[in-house]
Design a protein around this ligand. Sequence first.
Ligand code: C2E
Ligand code: CA
Ligand code: CA
Ligand code: CA
Length: 279
Amino acid sequence: YCAKSEMTGVALYDGEKDPHSPQRLSLINELGRAIRDDQLCLHFQPKIELHGQRCYGLEALLRWQHPTLGMISPADFIPIAEATNLIHPLTHWVLKQSIATCCEWHSAGFPLSVAVNLSARNLMDDTLPRQVELLLEEFGLPHWALELEITESSIMTDPRRAMTNLERLHALGICLSIDDFGTGYSSLAYLKRLPVQTLKIDFSFVRQMLDDEQDEIIVKSTIHLAHNLGLNVVAEGVESEALLRRLQALDCDLAQGYHIGRPMPQAALETWLTDSRWV
Ligand code: C2E
Ligand code: CA
Ligand code: CA
Ligand code: CA
């Protein structure tokens, strides 16, 4: 899977240099078809509570099983969707699928939350809050069980408009978190006013924090900042037990990473939920 996705990544990257390249244009057409033809699926990656030692929820991560190119990484096709209007039906599909799957977990006795990634264009879409509300009603999912992950840079495209939509989403009682925290350009003044409950520390800071003192200072300070603002903190990219223990000692609330659980299809997740040490 990895090798394949890396190979496609290289091929697409070359196409990216020229926005009118045949590969890119055909991918735009094919992505539209992929949504209709069931070539997309979601994998789910666990987030665990470092103190309670239990699974808190799952993040939905999009996968495209292309009929000839194989598995294409979201890092390669999300930017294409964002550059076209395809991002809107795509996000709607991810929301619907995530909410439906989360309902299945609840019925199976796992009252977990599901987190969906939004892109900048979604935050500019004034119809999004109503779409989310209708989907939650359609499936009867309790609103606390949905979390939306947004990046700092997506807010900064048009902060006032983003803020209005975030306020409307917040009013629905769903959770909002800032993804890739520390990598964007947002100011702390915005952070203070945003209706978010959680910060996710980007894994570029987490990954080497045991060997790199500056990374550790950044992680530690982010945890303090978040707690002083009354926010929860998630560390992403936790690839070892040593890292997990260090984060626990630093009073980080939640963690996510390959050491805890990789993104997995729904069927594998059921096994993980029953067998892992986090339940
Ligand atoms: P992200 O939201 O920051 O998601 C985390 C990425 O890191 C995921 O890559 C995940 O598989 C990977 N990851 C998780 N744990 C580890 C770890 O311990 N080590 C390492 N090296 N990597 C880890 P993925 O699934 O390829 O997704 C890449 C990005 O694509 C996501 O970054 C997100 O920005 C975007 N994306 C994925 N699904 C969606 C979606 O449904 N909608 C939107 N708008 N963006 C999405
Ligand atoms: Ca995310
Ligand atoms: Ca992230
Ligand atoms: Ca990222």
